[in-house]
Design a protein around this ligand. Structure first.
Ligand SMILES: [Zn+2]
Length: 310
């Protein structure tokens, strides 16, 4: 599942390639359900003659409408001449007036393209939390927001209405660098720890974007390149490997259905006070049972099933 760095990498690639270009319609449609709204015919009519004024994480058109492209699990966007061969997973192509196309390929077919007017766009994204790279996501606001939540850090940071764009990899990496255990209650994070976490989230995202994102399964940027952040990750998917800081074996637990990786030494358990009385393995085992959820309950091939495979 692409997270913010992957989406941001795709966005930068698209911005460089399509800003200022004018759409002329729809030139290919293999899987109509990829177009979520409006109907394919309506979308083709409404984008025809519209110029791309900006590519945010949504593509803004010059009549105040916006095209949204949800990559979901396997979506890829590329720009190609209209007569270039189509790959066999191509679902939709939007034509530009100059003869090129914006092509959307999607092995799993969960990706969606939609066109919204300004009002519908605001409504559609109303429930999204602040973006961690946005100027309006301040350290003070984040520390205050943590203090109000009796939720454990791992699920809270994955909650898109709390913070938009972080997924499993970057949450594990950010918590590791901040030295915070994934089961810590948000309300128990000190202001200094919260400030550190705010900084490490930006640091991890910044490095991931500089690396072109994380390539797992078939993620590619808008130029078709792979990202190499996966090689740089410190804890995610490194169960039993030595911690790069202290050498302790990286542990894996399941929190809210998601595989969670951390260093038991660098990220001490929030129940450390108990560990002084009860032997540590006993505490660890009990805590594991408390948070573990059976993986067998997931639909075959959902994002959790794929997360450790590469
Ligand atoms: Zn460590």
């Amino acid at each position: 599942m692409p997270e913010l760095p992957e989406v941001e990498t795709v966005r930068r690639g698209l911005a460089a390639q399509i800003t200022g270009r004018t759409f002329s319609g729809l030139s290919f449609l293999e899987w109509p359900r990829t177009i979520e709204a409006p109907t394919p015919e309506d979308l083709a009519r409404r984008i025809a003659g519209r110029r791309v004024v900006e590519v945010q994480r949504r593509v803004a058109l010059d009549n105040d409408e916006a095209l949204t492209i949800h990559l979901r699990m396997t979506g890829q966007v590329t720009i190609a001449p209209h007569d270039a061969p189509r790959d066999r997973f191509e679902r939709v192509a939007l034509a530009f007036a100059d003869g090129d196309e914006l092509r959307f390929s999607d092995i799993r077919r969960f990706g969606r393209i939609a066109l919204y007017d300004r009002e519908a766009l605001v409504a559609r994204f109303r429930d999204l939390g602040p973006e961690p790279l946005g100027a309006d996501w301040t350290c003070d606001d984040f520390v205050a927001a943590l203090a109000r939540r009796r939720t454990r850090l791992k699920p809270l940071l994955l909650d898109q209405s709390f913070l938009a764009g972080l997924g499993n990899i970057y949450v594990d990496e950010s918590l590791f660098r901040a030295g915070l255990h994934p089961l810590t209650l948000a309300a128990e994070v000190t202001p200094a720890q919260g400030a550190r976490l705010h900084a490490t989230i930006r640091e991890v995202l910044g490095e991931a974007i500089a690396s072109g994102g994380t390539t797992f399964s078939n993620y590619r940027d808008a130029f078709g390149n792979e990202g190499d952040y996966y090689e740089r990750r410190r804890v995610y998917g490194r169960t039993d490997e030595p911690c790069p800081t202290c050498g302790t074996a990286i542990a894996r637990i399941v929190v809210g259905g998601r595989g969670t990786h951390f260093c038991p030494t660098c990220q001490p358990s929030p129940g450390a006070g108990v560990a002084m009385i009860v032997p540590f393995p006993a505490v660890a085992a009990r805590r594991d049972r408390l948070v573990a959820e059976p993986r067998a309950g997931y639909a075959v091939g959902d994002e959790n099933g794929a997360e450790d495979g590469r």
